[in-house]
Ligand binder design. Structure first.
Ligand SMILES: O=C(O)CCC(=O)C(=O)O
Ligand SMILES: [Fe+2]
Length: 251
């Protein structure tokens, strides 16, 4: 239980920055839809990172990698995971194929790439700032299928449902994945043509809005509110990159 009623933080480039675990955890709880960055004095070990995540909610194990996913350029996993390839990782929300995606996740930079690999973030609310009621209605009224490729010959996992939802406070929540490996497939809609047009519009918005770019430094940890802020990563310099990130999903 965290009892830190007045956590210390400052704002920098649209993120809330903290410098102790207690402040980080409390700011994540108090500002549940914002990007929170933790700059520790010394890097957290994997066990410390897991303990920190457990203060925020229930840790969800990834079906192939377990509670902590180590993201490295990795020749073995490349056929099923864009994260392990050196290419740009397009905007997405994590666990888009799950019935309930992670509410948030922690991403720790263990070792940064020499030049590339900066994180990119885009607020879902910003996508819908223009008067686009027709597209919003079409997206709310459409059922899509998102299918995850199989990692180790285990059954594929499939989500069937809406991409866009409105939460209890009236804010948009998005489930998003559109890359060479996975794209949502339309299952049913009152007006499929309108739904496809809305999707194309949304993809255009995602591609055209200016991202927040932040290159994480060794030891830094970011908390991402999964369905409120899309994330991705710029290309990594080479297949030999030392870049290493740890990721923990939280329900
Ligand atoms: O490599 C990164 O910085 C992020 C990777 C990512 O978004 C993912 O594995 O889902
Ligand atoms: Fe991701």
């Amino acid at each position: 239980m965290n009892t830190n009623k007045f956590p210390k933080f400052y704002r920098e480039r649209g993120m809330l920055i903290t410098e102790t675990v207690a402040d980080f955890v409390q700011v994540c709880i108090d500002f549940s839809r914002e990007l929170v960055l933790f700059r520790p004095n010394t890097s957290l070990t994997e066990t410390e990172l897991l303990l920190c995540a457990q203060n925020l909610g229930e840790v969800i194990a990834h079906p192939a990698y377990g509670p902590v996913t180590n993201i490295k350029v990795n020749k073995v996993c490349q056929s099923v995971s864009i994260a392990m390839k050196p290419v740009r990782h397009d905007y997405h929300t994590d666990g888009s194929f799950k019935d309930v995606p992670p509410r948030e996740f922690l991403l720790q930079c263990v070792s940064a790439d020499c030049e590339g690999g900066a994180s990119i973030f885009l607020q879902v609310a910003a996508l819908f700032k223009e008067p686009v009621q027709e597209h919003i209605n079409a997206l709310l009224d459409t059922t899509w299928k998102i299918q995850r490729p199989s990692y180790n010959n285990e059954p594929v996992s499939t989500y069937i449902g809406a991409l866009l939802k409105i939460d209890k406070t009236g804010e948009f929540k998005l489930r998003w994945r559109h890359d060479d490996m996975v794209k949502p497939v339309l299952v049913s809609a009152t007006n499929p043509a309108k739904s496809r047009a809305a999707y194309t519009w949304l993809k255009g918005r995602v591609d055209s809005l200016k991202p927040k770019v932040y290159k994480m430094q060794n030891g830094e940890i970011v908390r991402v509110p999964n369905e409120y802020i899309l994330h991705g990563r710029q290309a990594i310099t080479s297949l030999e990159s030392e870049r290493h990130m740890r990721r923990i999903w939280i329900a």
